[in-house]
Design a binder for this molecule. Structure first.
Ligand code: ADP
Ligand code: MG
Length: 715
């Protein structure tokens, strides 16, 4: 009988900084070249003919379509640059609706007919690709018989080189569209939404007398949480390598009660790993800035400097990939699942979002002059209005199977969307609503005297960690996204709904001005109206408390605890109206996203449930039986009786699980998703509950799975 030996744990705890794992000497300056694997603006300026570079820059800053004549020149330089850096292949790198990234590699080399090959890469190949990508989910947009989907170069996100010990390849960020022109990816709607917001916010800036700004960018700085465990444990657990989370595992004697891990000193192996991750990312032009331990044991976080939403989203995908790749070089595995360990803090992503002008002015920065303040209050009120109006939609953008194990628990933002503003800002809005902010009222913040509005920005300490959507000084931080998610749809949605709100505000202001009101009077009236109407979304207390759940219900805020509750909001009338109005996603494109999301939910849960049933029957039950035999042989009747009754109970639960796994409804879509939620998840949980009791009864050397205390504490 195979028994477990403790050497495994000792091995797992070992790593060496010399040789083997992680061999780059990061202390050498030459090993840290920021952006060296990026075909950046700097590289372009250096390599492209002046005229071509100038035209390309002009096109990009205007957000205008690209002149195909430029493409040939750019392609040639890009290929030569890539080949100098060892690349042999190129790929159009895109983000299908799975939320992952996709690549199909093509060689630069073509046979020349004389037995040799020449390197080629044309402008056409740069601009457009046609991967035979018929297996990506499309939510019914594309029938397989017309499986053509095109990738199209996104010149606003720089190309980069990914390395492998055996060679490298050039990645060209692209959009992915159906042959009928419908978006099949995360990038197209994001770019469209950035355009929409820019148009609308420019309209608003005109009201405020800004005549110089020509474009407004939305920005994102996503903080990423993740777990690291030794790869040995990972590969001993079919649940981890199949589903990314532990489907079984009793609570360890020690969890994160001691709070000793949070911001604690970072273990040497982990720090070595982080340093290499950061180096890799910096070479790829991803501006990683901070790192620290998170709340749970074995949980960490990293965050970049913010960038434009488009580049930031691409970089976020790269970050997840690099985190996972580099881990293996250190004998670790990086878990990005939202809830890898039950009873232990899960992982999310904090989506820091703002809007800024092409000259670098952050529109959500309060500023210190009265004029800045009124403009800031305007944009801030627009965000409040958008979030309140579309609270259910925002909840839907973060709804996935992984999130259902995390959101709403006492650790992550609740399934109720609310906004934290902080006391100072709430008081400022209250003052406006009470008419105290008017020009005539000297000494107030709009008057010429001392501003009532305290010198914002607000203190960093004025924070609330339980709020799903928090104002943090000069940006909003959406804290509900899951750690493994693409942030594409989230930012697309934020941009679109805020554009809608700004647009409506400007309409009202113009109407008031037409009636003879001054600009400031008109703006204040709109801000006041918005505050009265949308104040209900503002909450500064403990978002985890029961009291808040009751209060939120009283305020009429939506509480959508599970994915099947939330997803239908992707195709609600108000959603379709906003997305169609700003030409971000058509009804059909929204439908397709909805269908894909619903199907992914059911599919992922089904994989979990099948894995759970199989592990229960073929790994855990046999361990119980073996130990039972030992107990009986030793004549330990009371212990044997206790174990036997638990094992009997376990078998019964396994059968329940197997039965629900075998009896899915014939109807697909939401009905299927609800079945997974209402029947499958409870059966899985019930099976787990008995298994976790067995874990505490069966001899440790017979237990077939690494335990929580091993995975979380051996580093
Ligand atoms: P905290 O954990 O206190 O929220 P961090 O420093 O970990 O702070 O993260 C802050 C994140 O917010 C960083 O990724 C940063 O780049 C981002 N950020 C700062 N300003 C903006 C902005 N104007 N727009 C978008 N993101 C921003
Ligand atoms: Mg944060």
């Amino acid at each position: 009988m195979a028994t477990k030996n403790r050497h495994a744990n000792v091995n797992a705890a070992q790593w060496s900084s010399v040789g083997g794992d992680g061999t780059v000497d990061l202390s050498k300056l030459a090993a840290n070249v920021y952006g060296e694997n990026v075909f950046s603006t700097a590289v372009q300026r250096q390599r492209l003919p002046k005229e071509v570079y100038r035209k390309l820059e002009a096109t990009l800053s205007a957000g205008a379509p690209l002149d195909p004549a430029l493409a040939d020149v750019v392609a040639k330089e890009m290929r030569e640059w890539a080949m100098e850096r060892g690349a042999t292949h190129y790929t159009h790198w895109f983000q299908p609706l799975t939320g992952l990234t996709a690549e199909k590699h093509d060689s630069f080399f073509n046979p020349s007919g004389d037995g040799t090959a020449i390197a080629e890469f044309s402008g056409k190949e740069l601009i457009q690709g046609e991967p035979d990508a018929s297996s990506f989910p499309t939510g019914g947009i594309r029938a397989t018989f017309e499986a053509r989907g095109y990738t199209a170069w996104d010149p606003t996100s720089p190309a980069f080189i990914l390395e492998n010990p055996n060679g490298s390849f050039l990645c060209i960020p692209t959009a992915f569209v159906s042959w009928t022109g419908e978006a099949l990816d995360q990038k197209i709607p994001l770019l469209r939404s950035m355009d929409a917001l820019s148009r609308v916010a420019l309209r608003a800036l005109k009201v405020f007398g800004d005549k110089t700004t020509t474009r407004i960018f939305t920005t994102v700085g996503p903080e990423q949480e993740y777990f690291l465990i030794d790869e040995q444990y990972y590969y001993e657990r079919p649940d981890l390598y199949t589903t990314g989370r532990t489907l079984f595992g009793a609570k360890p004697p020690k969890g994160h009660e001691l709070d000793e891990h949070y911001f604690g000193s970072i273990p040497e192996r982990v720090l070595a790993y982080m340093l290499e991750v950061e180096r890799e990312l910096q070479r790829l032009g991803v501006p990683i800035k901070t790192r620290h331990n998170e709340v749970a044991p074995a949980q960490y976080e990293l965050a970049p400097m913010f960038e434009s939403s488009n580049v930031g989203s691409d970089h976020q995908q790269l970050t997840m990939q690099v985190l996972q790749n580099v881990a293996r070089r250190y004998g670790l595995v990086c878990l990005l699942h939202e809830k890898p360990f039950a009873g232990v803090n899960g992982s999310g992503k904090h989506n820091n979002w703002s809007m800024g002008t092409d000259s670098g002015h952050n529109l959500l920065d309060p500023g210190d002059t009265p004029a800045d303040n009124i403009q800031f209050l305007f944009f801030c009120a627009a965000v409040l209005s958008a979030v309140d109006t579309h609270q259910q939609l925002l909840r839907a953008t973060v709804a996935t199977a992984g999130q259902d194990h995390r959101l709403g628990a006492n650790e992550a933002p609740p399934a109720i969307i609310s906004v934290f503003l902080g006391g100072e800002l709430e008081r400022a809005f209250d003052a406006v609503a009470a008419g105290k902010g008017s020009e005539s009222n000297k000494g107030n913040f709009l008057g010429l005297g001392t501003p009532v509005l305290p010198p914002l920005p607000l203190h960093g300490g004025d924070r609330n960690r339980t709020s799903p959507f928090a104002f943090t000084g000069n940006k909003f931080e959406f804290r509900a996204p899951g750690s493994s998610m693409s942030i594409g749809l989230i930012n697309t949605t934020l941009n679109t709904i805020v554009a809608e709100a700004i647009d409506a505000f400007v309409d009202k202001i113009e109407a008031l001005q037409a009636k003879g009101k001054s600009r400031d009077e008109a703006v204040l009236e709109v801000v006041k109206g918005a505050w009265k109407k949308h104040k209900r979304i503002v909450f500064g207390g403990d978002g985890y408390s029961d009291a808040w759940h009751k209060e939120a219900a009283k305020r009429g805020l939506a509480n959508l605890p599970t994915t099947p509750d939330a997803l239908p909001w992707l195709v609600e009338k108000a959603t379709i109206r906003a997305f169609e109005r700003y030409e971000v996603l058509s009804e059909r494109e929204l439908e397709s996203r909805y269908e894909v999301a619903v199907e992914q939910y059911s599919t992922k849960l089904n994989i979990e449930a099948e894995t759970a049933a199989s592990m229960a029957r073929t790994m855990i039950l046999p361990a119980a039986v073996r130990y039972l035999t030992e107990l009986k042989a030793a004549g330990l009747t009371p212990a044997a009786t206790e174990l036997k009754s638990t094992a009997d109970e376990f078998l019964k639960q396994i059968k329940v699980l197997e039965k629900v796994n075998a009896n899915h409804p014939s109807e697909e879509g939401l009905t299927h998703a609800k079945y997974m939620r209402d029947k499958v998840i409870p059966a899985m949980n019930a099976t787990r509950e008995v298994a976790d009791r067995l874990e505490k009864l069966v001899a440790d050397d017979l237990w077939p799975l690494p335990k929580y205390s091993e995975m979380l504490f051996i580093k």
